[in-house]
Design a protein around this ligand. Structure first.
Ligand SMILES: NC(=O)c1ccc[n+]([C@@H]2O[C@H](COP(=O)([O-])OP(=O)(O)OC[C@H]3O[C@@H](n4cnc5c(N)ncnc54)[C@H](O)[C@@H]3O)[C@@H](O)[C@H]2O)c1
Ligand SMILES: [Zn+2]
Ligand SMILES: [Zn+2]
Length: 366
């Protein structure tokens, strides 16, 4: 069948909308009619060549939701008409990582980097990001990369949950392990960081300090759980001192758009004894060096955590987060501050870089 999709063809080139032919779903695969795709910053890292030129061209989009249109042979637990969320890490359920309860590290996740070529277009076969490609009206996806969700949830809320909400919320709750009474700093309160704010607040943090240079983001953060908001890491320093009675933050989360090496030392300086810095942001894959004081790290018993998917297990955590939304405890509708047609994806990402949105979605009904 035919589908239209947004492709990153070359480093720093625009998103290009082309028409593609996709084949029927094969064994263990399903055909999804996409409803919404979230504009996550990670897709821009792909387009800007941060994961190397070799991954291009790529039909991007790894955050999204849709409805099952067809199922291939051997698919279990999914039927035509089911509402689903994309999962940018597959969960095979059988590899050592999955078996140990770490589906976010599924060994079956090779497709994450390379994607799988399923779109036949003007220049030949094009791979789909994470094996999903939510920037495509229709996509054929392995059932391991799909999570069934209740059909009563609005599909735009499901879409943002599939990456941004799970990754941000989980970075605070699962990776940093925020506890009641903690002092937490979230550096960068865009689509991911704003959910780290929600997670930290829900875990009972006494102080949640949002750091973002954009005023709208700081104001918004204070509507979803931030107790304070400042515009720079430098400004956060004296505030953390005061609020933590001189002990420093229990957790600092780095959720800016691009984790450049210069951010690590000032971020770690906010962390108190036995506290942690959690790195959720991505950056250029060739960035091998950061500056950190090693004696401070060792002798203050600090931790540096890497966070993939906020250590969320998509099959259990996406439904869990949607349930919290149902109960009014997790804000999802409010996060979606703009909706674009697929053809307007370049405008959507311009707005993201300009700091105009919390999270934007491609709405396939437009
Ligand atoms: N680890 C994972 O599994 C995972 C998953 C999804 C996204 N990510 C990454 O998380 C990062 C954030 O993604 P997003 O979609 O939220 O991006 P975004 O562009 O929506 O948000 C980034 C925010 O950081 C703010 N910011 C920029 N520089 C800052 C600074 N120096 N200090 C404070 N704030 C600053 C921006 O104003 C913006 O609000 C990206 O690098 C993305 O690739 C990682
Ligand atoms: Zn993402
Ligand atoms: Zn696995």
């Amino acid at each position: 069948m035919k589908t239209r999709a947004a492709v990153a063809y070359e480093v720093n080139g625009p998103w290009v909308i082309d028409e593609f032919e996709i084949e029927d779903p094969g064994p263990e695969e399903i055909l999804i009619k996409m409803a919404y795709a979230g504009l996550c910053h990670s897709d821009e890292h792909v387009r800007l060549g941060d994961f190397t030129e070799a991954v291009l061209p790529m039909v991007c989009g790894h955050e999204g939701s849709g409805v099952v249109e067809a199922v291939g042979p051997g698919v279990r637990g999914l039927a035509v008409g089911d509402h689903v969320a994309a999962s940018f890490i597959p969960s095979c359920g059988r590899c050592p990582s999955c078996a140990e309860g770490m589906q976010y590290l599924c060994d079956n996740g090779e497709e994450i980097q390379r994607g799988k070529a399923r779109h036949k277009g003007p220049t030949g076969m094009v791979r789909a990001m994470s094996g999903i490609g939510t920037f495509s009206e229709y996509s054929v996806v392995h059932e391991n990369s799909i999570v069934k969700v209740g059909d009563w949830y609005p599909l735009d809320a499901v879409a943002v949950t599939s990456c941004g909400v799970a990754t941000g919320w989980g970075s605070a709750v699962n990776v940093a392990g925020v506890k009641a009474g903690d002092t937490v700093v979230v550096i960068g309160t865009g689509g991911i960081g704003i959910n780290a704010v929600q997670g930290a607040a829900m875990a009972g943090a006494a102080n949640v300090i949002a750091v973002d240079p954009v005023e709208m983001k700081r104001e918004f953060a204070q509507t979803v759980g931030a107790t304070h908001a400042v515009s720079s890491i430098e400004e956060a320093g004296p505030l953390v001192e005061e609020l933590s009675w001189g002990r420093g933050a229990n957790s600092v989360l780095l959720t800016v758009g691009d984790a450049t090496s210069d951010l690590f030392a000032p971020a770690m300086a906010l962390v108190g004894k036995a506290g942690s810095l959690t790195l959720t942001s991505l950056s250029n894959v060739t960035q091998n060096e950061i500056t950190l004081n090693t004696v401070d790290l060792a002798m203050m018993g600090k931790h540096l955590h890497g966070s993939i998917y906020g250590y969320c297990n998509p099959r259990s955590d996406i439904p869990k987060l949607l349930r919290l939304y149902d109960q009014g405890k997790l804000k999802l509708d409010e996060l979606i501050t703009a909706r674009y047609k697929l053809d307007d994806i370049n405008e959507g990402y311009r707005a993201m870089h300009a700091g105009e949105n919390i999270r934007a979605v491609i709405d396939y009904s437009l």
